[in-house]
Each structure stands twice: as C-alpha cells, then as structure tokens.
Design a protein around this ligand. Structure first.
Ligand code: ADP
Length: 620
C-alpha cells in the first residue's frame, strides 16, 4: 500500500507553527525579564525619592534655622531664637530618620557622603546641643567667638548638605535615564518580536489558504474522477450485458438445433460431432456467464436469493454432476464426506452455493492428474438461529507455488512460472475469474474462503458460509418438486392444438421456435415485429404469447403493456412468455413489471420451453 507523504507546503506549515510557538515563548521570557528590571528600577527610584526628600527637608529646616539665628544676632529677639531652635529640632528629627534608613541602599551612601564632613551621629549631637543652647536663652551676643562658631557650623553643614543634594539629584537623573533606556529597549525588543511573529502568522495564514485552495481543487478532481469512474462502470456493465446478449442469442440457435438433431440422429460419428458442438457451446456459455457474474459482483449489483434447501443434498448433487462427467473422463475419484446432519435444512442462495462448489470442484479435477478429490462438509459453529457451514475441497493435484498462493483469488490471475507443472498449466486454459468469483460470492454471503497448498502434492480450498437454519422441511419438498416438474416433464399431449402467437424477428430463431412448436403439435402464428404481433393478438384467439424482447416497432415488454390494457377483459389476461438473452436482473424485473408473466432466458433447453408453455396453459 502506498503511504501518504507530507507535502512540501505542509512541512513548511509545521515548521512555521513551531517557529511561532518558540518565538512566543522567547517573547514571553524577554517580556518578563524587562518587566522585572523595570519594577526594580521603579522600586529603587521610589526609595531614593523618600531619602532625598528627607535630606531636602533637613536642608530646608537648617537653612531657615540659620536665617532665624542671623536675625536673632541682629535683633536679639528671643522669640526668633526659640523659632530657630524649633527648626533645628525638626532638622535633627529628619537627620535621625535618615540615620535609621542609612543602613541600606542609597541612604547608606548619602550618610557616607555626609560623613566626609562629619559623621551623622556627631552632627545630630552638635545640633542638639545648639538647640538646647538657644532654648535656654543663655546665648550671649557679645561672645563673638561663640556666635561665629555657630554661624560656621550652620554654613558648613548647609553647604555640605547642598553638595550632597546636588550629587543626589545627579544620581537620580542618571537613574531615571537608565530606567527610561531600559523601558525603551524592552519595548523595542517586544515590538520587533511582535512584527516578526505577525509576519510568521501572516505566512502561516498564506500557506493555510494555499493548502485549502489545493484541497478544494483535489476534492473537485476526485469528484470528477468518481463521476467518470461511475459512468465508465455503467458503460462497462452495459457493454458486458450487451456482449453477453449478443453471444447468447446465436448460442440459443446453436444449442437448440444441436439438441434437435441429436434427438433424431442415429449415426454415431455424426453424434460425436454433435457432442463436440454441445460441449463447446456449453463451455462458451459458462465463460459468458462467468464474465457477467464477475461484472455484476464487481459493480455490487448481484442479488442473492433466499430459499430453503438441504445442504447435504446440494453438495452431493454437484459432486455427482462432476464425478460423472469431467472427473470420470480423467479417471479421478470424487469422494464426499458429509459430517453434518443430512437433514440440515437452511435458508440461503442454493444456486450460488452450487456455483462456488462447482468452480472449486472443477478446478480440483482440472489440476489433478492422478489420485482423487474429496469434499468434506461440517458445521463449524452455531450462534442463535445460524450455523456456520464449512466445506473443504481437497485434491492431490499439482498444487500452487507458495509465492503465488496469496494472489490466486485475485481477478484474471493464473498461476505461472512453475517449472514442474508449467506444461500442465499451459495446456489448461481459463479466464482466471473462477476463484475471484468464488471469493466475492462467499464474502457477499458473509463468509470466508482460503487455500492451503503444497506444490505437487495438492491443494485444499476451504470456505465457510453462515446460513439461517430452516425449521420445517415443507419448503424443501416444494422446491424439489417444482424443479423436477420443470426438468423432467416431457411435452404433454395437452399442448396439441394449442394456439401460440410467436413474436420474433430473427429468422434463425423463428426457425428453431417453429420447429420446436411443430414437434409437439402447437399451432402458431408468426409476427416479425411488435405492431403486427399486437394486431394478430387483437384479431385472433391465442392461448399464449411467446415474444422476444428485442423486436422492432414495439418491444416485447411494450407489447405486453398494451396487451394488458386491451379493451377485451377476457383477452388481456393471456399468458405472455418473454424470451431474452439478457440476464441483467434489473432488466428482467422491468419486463415482469411491464406485464410479462415469466421470462425464459436464452439459451434454453427444449424441455424448458415446453414446461413453461404448459405451466401457463394448464393454469385455470
Ligand atoms: P481459471 O478459470 O483460469 O481456472 P481460477 O480463478 O479458477 O481461473 O483459478 C486461478 C488459477 O489458480 C488457475 O489458473 C490455477 O493456476 C490455480 N488453481 C486454481 N485451483 C487450483 C487447484 N485446485 N490446484 C492447483 N492450482 C489451482
């Protein structure tokens, strides 16, 4: 079996999908990293903001304290002195706060910078003392050394704070710039990935659309191919049924006349020639039937019949038919081992079972030169109302080589290249359809078929078909009885003097039919087309109409329809027997629906013709 391969566009599609998935994952990682960096930067920024604002407030308070102190030195106003002390206190409180924050991060660096002048602890102590001094009111304006040293503390500290603040501002600006830069880079990367992903997604959509377009095209092609195949199958089946019709029609004459002459001929040599013609035409007929069966099975058009029959009897009948003909000629013994109940009555297609058995048995006889053929039948299982009937046909013939055993059931297959038995096989001709028909027939009935074979030792073909068990025997008896009446009835005297209208355009067929009718004393009229036939029917009283289907002007079935519509109620019920070489079931059903009572398929035996006429004439 050919495995479906991934098309190039599908491979591209899968790769593109993988790329998109990987890039989305990558994008996600980058994104998360950027967000974490941004968050960290913002955190730092907010902490720094807090530290710097403490530093700024400290500086502001100290500046206002210095200003107030200067005013105090100029005005000697005690209240101003107290206000200055208050400002100093506030600045000290902030300094303490900064000191406590100073254990971590940027605040530590700030306190470090302050330390360059004086440790922050010392600063706090200095200013606390100064504040106490101012509050106590014991500041002597006359003590210029003291005043100058206080002023110097103020100015030094203030200018130092300013320097630190400027530095801090610069640091903050720098930090801001870094955060901004990070944010911009992050956004850029994300944007780039976004565009790349978008491009890939657009590409995938493109490939998808292309694939869908291709799929729709394929679907249309498949639909067209299916339509063509269906038309072709119809043409094939029509052709095969036409071909079969064309072969069957002349065969009717060949077989019919052979039978007639055979019955009157006494010369043995001539009789031998006649038998040769008979065997050849029978072979030709069976080949045509095989081809037709195969085409019907192949098109799933074969319908199965359901009738009651005895399994054991059916097998024995086929075995008997072959053992007295081809097997007898070759001196091969046909043995039957019926291991199932001889009275086992089942419901199924008797004709098809016999056909399968006949095919397998004639192959067994065909490919066996010495020894014998054995048919074994048993019930291999039961379930509910069903039995599995298993039948094996074993021979001691040339066998099938191992490498070809798998293909023997395939249509048109014939085993070749078998050095030991090549010549035997070459001498035996066939269509290679028999076994494939058997397989299809068995499978159509829900069964299985298989073969085991050893070269030059023999083959065993085994098949099993499930059958519904029939409860009573009545049906079987009726069937056999009916068959016997048809097969064994001889032209009865009841046919003498009966009037038959023959509608047929082919001269050879007319000759054959009239000869057969004359033989039993039937009076007849011939109509060479449907219209003449209808006229004759209207003008004369007949017991039966015997009409070919393919006659000019009015076909046999059209004629039947018109007869059934005749104004004369007593005339329109006349039995109509159709003659046709068609065995296509749908066509046969159409003829019956048109008003024909029964169809006799060509080629037919003399007795079959007499039996069918008698059957309708004797009906009340
Ligand atoms: P055909 O009409 O050519 O016999 P079949 O489908 O019946 O076609 O058989 C296919 C081939 O299988 C035969 O040509 C023959 O080579 C092989 N075959 C079938 N039955 C047997 C058998 N019993 N013994 C050996 N070979 C067989």
């Amino acid at each position: 079996m050919k495995r479906a391969k991934l098309s190039f566009s599908n491979i591209i599609l899968i790769t593109a999908c993988l790329v998109v998935v990987v890039s989305i994952l990558f994008l996600n990682v980058i994104n998360t990293r950027n967000i974490i960096t941004l968050k960290n930067s913002i955190d730092t920024l907010s902490i720094e903001n807090k530290n710097i604002s403490i530093l700024r407030t400290t500086s502001d308070e100290l500046l206002s304290a210095e200003l107030l102190f200067t005013q105090f030195t100029q005005t000697n106003d005690r209240t101003i002195n107290l206000q200055s002390a208050k400002s100093i206190n506030k600045a000290v409180a902030h300094m303490k706060l900064l000191k406590s924050e100073g254990d971590s991060g940027r605040a530590a660096q700030i306190t470090q910078q302050l330390k360059q002048e004086k440790p922050i602890g010392q600063l706090i102590l200095d200013f606390e003392q100064l504040s106490e001094l101012l509050k106590s009111g014991s500041m002597d304006l006359g003590n210029t050394t003291l005043i100058d040293s206080v002023k110097s503390i103020f100015s030094k500290t203030n200018s130092h704070l300013k320097t630190v603040l400027v530095k801090e501002d610069a640091f903050r600006e720098n930090l801001n710039a870094t955060i901004f830069k990070n944010a911009v880079t992050g956004t850029n990367v994300i944007q780039k990935f976004f565009w790349v992903s978008l491009l890939i997604i657009l590409f995938i959509v493109g490939v998808l659309v292309y694939n869908i377009y291709k799929m729709v095209n394929y679907e249309n092609e498949i639909l067209e191919a299916r339509e063509r195949a269906m038309k072709l199958a119809q043409v094939k089946s029509r052709f095969l049924s036409n071909m079969s019709h064309e072969i069957r029609s002349p065969l009717t004459a060949i077989m019919g006349f052979t039978e007639i002459i055979d019955k009157i001929e006494t010369d043995t040599e001539k009789k031998n020639y006649l038998h040769a013609i008979k065997t050849s035409s029978e072979h030709l007929l069976s080949t045509v039937n095989d081809v037709l069966d195969f085409s019907k099975l192949d098109a799933g058009k074969l319908k199965l019949e359901k009738q009651q029959f005895l399994i054991g009897t059916a097998i024995q009948e086929v075995a008997f038919a072959l053992s007295t003909t081809s097997a007898a000629k070759k001196g091969i013994k046909v043995e039957t081992v019926i291991e199932l109940d001889q009275t086992l009555s089942v419901k199924g297609d008797l004709f098809r079972l016999k056909q399968i058995l006949y095919n397998l048995l004639s192959n067994a006889v065909k490919f066996t030169e010495k020894g014998g053929v054995t048919i074994t039948a048993n019930v291999s299982g039961t379930s509910g109302n069903q039995v599995m009937v298993k039948i094996a046909v074993a021979d001691s013939g040339i066998g099938i080589p191992n490498d070809q055993i798998k293909t023997v059931f395939e249509e048109f297959t014939q085993v070749t290249n078998n050095s030991t038995s090549k010549d035997t096989r070459r001498a035996i001709k066939g269509t290679g359809l028999g076994l494939s028909i058997c397989k299809m027939l068995v499978e159509l009935q829900g069964g299985t078929i298989g073969v085991e074979s050893k070269l030059n030792q023999g083959s065993v073909f085994t098949f099993a078909i499930p059958y519904e068990v029939a409860n009573n025997q009545a049906g079987v008896e009726v069937e056999t009885e009916k068959e016997e009446t048809i097969m064994n009835s001889l032209p009865a005297s009841s046919l003498i003097g009966k009037r038959v209208l023959v509608v047929e355009d082919n001269d050879v067929n007319i000759m054959l039919l009239t000869m057969l009718l004359k033989k039993v004393g039937i009076v007849y009229d011939i109509a060479k087309d449907g219209e003449i036939g209808l006229q004759l029917f209207k003008d004369n009283p007949y017991d039966v109409i015997l009409t070919d289907i393919n006659v000019p002007k009015l076909t046999g079935d059209e004629l039947a329809t018109l007869v059934r519509q005749d104004v004369d109620a007593s005339k329109r019920t006349i039995p109509i027997i159709g003659l046709t070489a068609t065995i296509v079931q749908d066509d046969l059903d159409d003829y019956i629906n048109a008003g024909i009572n029964e169809v006799l398929v060509k080629p037919f035996k003399q007795d079959e013709l007499y039996a069918i006429i008698e059957k309708y004439i004797s009906k009340p």
